[in-house]
Write a protein that binds this ligand. Structure first.
Ligand code: ATP
Ligand code: MG
Length: 507
């Protein structure tokens, strides 16, 4: 990953706010009118700021070679060909882009004619995907514009409903820039002259570490409430500030998020966890009140005063740390982290802090079902999530050598349970031995130790780091005041061997 110069993207240490712009952090909400709220490209901004190659750090060496091929072929065929969106933002700040999206004035059919390895997707707004070896695809979209006001439908109660339901009209590059969400996401890189084209003031905001909507935040958030979640996510992942107007607009409009399609909201909930900036993002969602709208059950447990439910926040931080180290956790494990505080709370409040297998299964249904319906989680993830949470407790209590545990390793949800136990152990300092032993089983491809074999003997790990005592059999995996009914290990084993399936399977 390259680092941006400490003097800002263009090598300038301070930048004047410029006419009509807010000095950072000192402007009252509502005064951020530099990019105005009209439907058309803002006055004075139809002429973009052009930053020539010599004055910005984007080199073709940092651009994916296949994306470069697409850019060049479009350009040689007489079309405009720009890198757009997140890739320009990331390249300008020395980050590695996730993908390299391309904007062009070529129509999807033109793009298809130019590339044999191309398919046009989408029913309403058609995008071209150019496919390369290894399943890589480069997305090429024709410049489009925001919908006309008459395309929006009036809402109930006399309030104008700005929610965008279609987004399917071709436009100019300027229109394409201003239909984007944030100024830092509205930049173009032009392959014809290697210049950065800035219609929206995005370069300045990148330098000043600001997340600012293009146009008035109130309107942009009502058009698409998911943008409020994205504002927080960009602030969290980049270490930027949201402008005061963005903060104020989230404050005013956070309830609007309920109008957004559940699968989109769920994608936004998972994305920061998958990518390693979950803790900071969830913190901002909670602080801004968005989490309380999206996932009230979770916010009740972990929101509010900083540090409430420290275990949850430590588990998120641990998840991020592992992601930064290259570990990839399944969605079910990530959801497990999110649902664990709900489960612990249910055990405390609805089960007097004690729980046996049957009760645990019941509580899992009660805790997971309502939220998973609201968030329209996929069934497979829900199944693995429940089984993973259930089994996590069993793994904490059973060692890998335990006969009752052997069948678990073949289950699809076994890695989910191990991942959760491991995150829990790292965050709480408890059950580290059990977590470590089960992780080792996972690393060995599910091979459990032979009877009598001490798994630690096969683990290259300093003896002193592995406590001699595993855990007290009367101790349980639940934290703090939560206590499960825990039978001593020998009694449990005898009961298992007398037949009966693993209770988790009934879930
Ligand atoms: P990431 O690294 O997470 O992919 P990104 O900026 O590329 O960041 P995407 O979700 O891939 O984010 O979106 C690509 C671009 O499309 C954005 O940079 C932005 O310009 C535009 N965009 C995405 N979502 C919206 C939205 N809800 N409203 C307006 N523009 C959007
Ligand atoms: Mg992207």
């Amino acid at each position: 990953m390259r680092k941006a110069s400490g003097n800002g993207i263009l090598g300038v240490s301070t930048i004047d706010a410029g006419p009509g712009r807010d000095p950072v952090g000192s402007t009252a909400p509502g005064a951020l009118e530099w990019v105005d709220a009209s439907e058309d490209p803002p006055e004075g901004m139809t002429e973009p700021r052009i930053i020539p190659r010599a004055e910005h750090p984007i080199s073709r060496g940092y651009i994916d070679p296949d994306a470069l091929k697409v850019l060049y072929r479009l350009h040689r065929s007489g079309f405009k060909a720009y890198l757009v969106g997140g890739s320009v933002r990331d390249l300008l700040t020395g980050r590695t882009p996730k993908d390299f999206d391309i904007g062009t004035d070529a129509r999807p059919q033109d793009v298809r004619r130019l590339f044999r390895n191309c398919r046009v997707i989408g029913r309403r707004f058609r995008l071209a995907h150019v496919l390369f070896d290894g399943g890589k695809l480069v997305e090429v979209s024709t410049f489009r514009r925001r919908p006309e006001p008459e395309e929006a439908e009036p809402g109930q109660g006399g309030d104008v409903d700005l929610l965008i339901r279609s987004d399917n009209t071709f436009g100019t590059p300027a229109e394409d820039a201003v239909r984007r969400d944030f100024t830092i996401n509205g930049l173009f890189y032009d392959i014809s002259n290697f210049a950065v084209i800035d219609y929206v003031g995005g370069v300045e905001d990148l330098e000043r570490h600001l997340v600012r909507t293009i146009g008035e935040p109130e309107i942009r958030f009502r058009e698409d409430p998911v943008r409020m979640m994205r504002a927080c996510e960009f602030a969290a992942r980049l270490g930027f500030e949201m402008t005061p107007a963005v903060r104020a607009a989230i404050d005013e409009n956070r309830r609007e998020i309920r109008k957004s399609a559940a699968p989109r909201v769920t994608e936004e909930l998972l994305d920061p966890l998958r990518r390693g900036w979950g803790a900071a993002t969830y913190r901002l969602w909670s602080e801004t009140g968005l989490l309380g709208e999206i996932f009230p059950d979770l916010d009740r447990e972990v929101g509010g005063k900083a540090g409430a439910n420290g275990l949850f926040w430590r588990m998120l931080a641990e998840t991020d740390r592992r992601r930064a180290g290259g570990e990839v956790l399944s969605d079910a494990s990530l959801l497990g982290v999110v649902f664990l505080p709900l489960l612990f709370s249910a055990i405390r409040t609805r089960s007097g802090g004690k729980v046996d297998a049957q009760k645990l299964l019941l509580l899992l249904e009660e805790v997971v079902n309502p939220s998973s319906v609201r968030l329209s989680l996929p069934n497979a993830a829900i199944h693995d999530l429940k089984q993973g949470l259930f089994t996590m407790g069993r793994l904490a209590e059973l060692g890998p050598g335990d006969a009752a545990a052997r069948r678990l390793v073949t289950k699809g949800y076994f890695p989910v349970a191990v991942g959760l136990l491991s995150l829990y152990a790292a965050a709480s300092g408890r059950y580290r031995d059990a977590a470590f032993a089960w992780e080792e089983v996972l690393r060995r491809g599910g091979r459990t130790p032979r009877p009598g074999e001490d798994i630690r003997a096969a683990i290259p790990f300093p003896e002193a780091l592995v406590p001699h005592e595993t855990h007290d059999p009367n101790e349980v995996f639940l934290p703090d005041d939560v206590r499960a009914t825990s039978r001593p290990a020998h009694r449990r084993r005898r009961r298992r061997s007398s037949g009966g399936g693993h209770p988790g399977e009934a879930a």
